[in-house]
Design a protein around this ligand. Structure first.
Ligand code: P6P
Length: 334
């Protein structure tokens, strides 16, 4: 029987490989794991308690905020604030970033960007949802409060990214720049245990993931590529939860698309805490992540916390094919 490697043990082992590590980053990752376990406990019993349904408010992009969204946001903020390793948080659920100003945190060197419960419209129908997070080193002077510049950093500046998938089992998948590893929560011992070592995405696949309902609202080049997927008898899989849709692609190959539409001319998904972290993981797993105007997502300039972007990410060969359709049919800005 293989020895169980817990998330905490894996983080400590990884830390030893980085001689100058102060342990601060490791403690931050462990705290994210703790918050994920707390959120998981509530997600798993959401149907039993009065935590379903919307809480009447809307978030920064006008989505109805589900009660579990609010709970997840509060728990991640609470856990990360207590940790002492984070000087600020930017969340989908908060219009502005949140400075963490306790004595422990104000000298902290990291900020966290997150979508605490992505795909939350699926909660009430028991479909999997996820948490997405990214970690940056702060850029502002260490002794003062965090600044907006600490968050408006390109994806290439991210030092780690990950997601938690609350599905048939609960999985934490993350990378700190040396490959992607997955940890499955074992409820019997309350630990995330290493279950998917060094995840490498297939270079090709036959799944495509897009909201087909918007087909007529996509630009010509995206419609032609989607027709191409259909002509090749690729299988359409779309859950409407980015973490779930991309998780499949990480293991079985495929391409995830959220092109710009008339309703979302700059795309719907948020660059800072959805596109950058998922692009980081996709690239670390050997895939490709670009916008529908063929820019590398990680290199995109960011000017606002809730800035959106179109995206096409997944298996290297499939994104390359999509790129050929855009070049052939699209008015790509050179
Ligand atoms: P649509 C969920 O609201 C989300 O932010 C992502 O998780 C998901 O990929 C996308 O929006 C779904 O959007 O317009 O297809 O419902």
């Amino acid at each position: 029987m293989n020895k169980i490697v817990t998330l905490d043990e894996f983080i400590i082992r990884t830390e030893k490989e980085k001689p100058h590590s102060s342990g601060s980053f490791s403690r931050l990752l462990r705290d994210i794991g703790i918050a994920a376990k707390i959120v998981n406990r509530e997600v798993n019993k959401a149907g039993l308690v009065n935590i379903l349904g919307v809480d009447g408010s809307t978030n920064s992009t006008g989505d109805d905020v589900q009660k579990l969204d609010v709970f997840a946001n509060e728990k991640f903020i609470e856990t990360l604030s207590y940790s002492g390793e984070v000087c600020g948080i930017a969340s989908e659920e908060n219009q502005d970033f949140i400075p963490i100003q306790t004595d422990k945190n104000k000298l902290a060197q990291y900020v966290v960007v997150m979508d605490p419960l992505d795909g939350s419209s699926n909660i009430d129908v028991n479909v999997s949802v996820g948490t997405i997070f990214g970690i940056y080193r702060r850029k502002s002077p260490a002794e003062g409060p965090c600044q907006l510049e600490d968050f408006l950093q390109k994806g290439t500046e991210m030092v780690a990214a990950g997601y938690v998938l609350y599905g048939t089992s609960t999985l934490l998948v993350y990378s700190s720049g040396n490959g992607v590893n997955g940890f499955t929560l074992d409820p019997s011992i309350g630990e995330f245990c290493l279950s998917h070592r060094n995840i490498q995405m297939p270079v090709a696949g036959n799944y495509y993931s897009v909201n087909q309902g918007y087909y007529l609202k996509f630009d010509l080049e995206m419609r032609r590529y989607i027709d191409h997927c259909s002509d090749l008898n690729y299988r359409l899989r779309y859950i409407g939860s980015m973490v779930s849709d991309i998780h499949r692609i990480m293991f079985q190959g495929g391409i995830f698309l959220y092109p710009n539409t008339r309703k979302y001319p700059k795309g719907k998904l948020r660059l800072l805490y959805e596109c950058y972290p998922m692009a980081y993981l996709i690239e670390q797993a050997g895939g490709t992540a670009i916008t529908c105007k063929l820019e590398r997502v990680m290199e995109m300039d960011i000017h606002a916390l809730h800035q959106t972007s179109s995206i096409a990410m997944g298996s290297r060969d499939m994104v390359r094919d999509m790129k050929e359709f855009v070049e052939k049919y699209g008015a790509v800005i050179q």
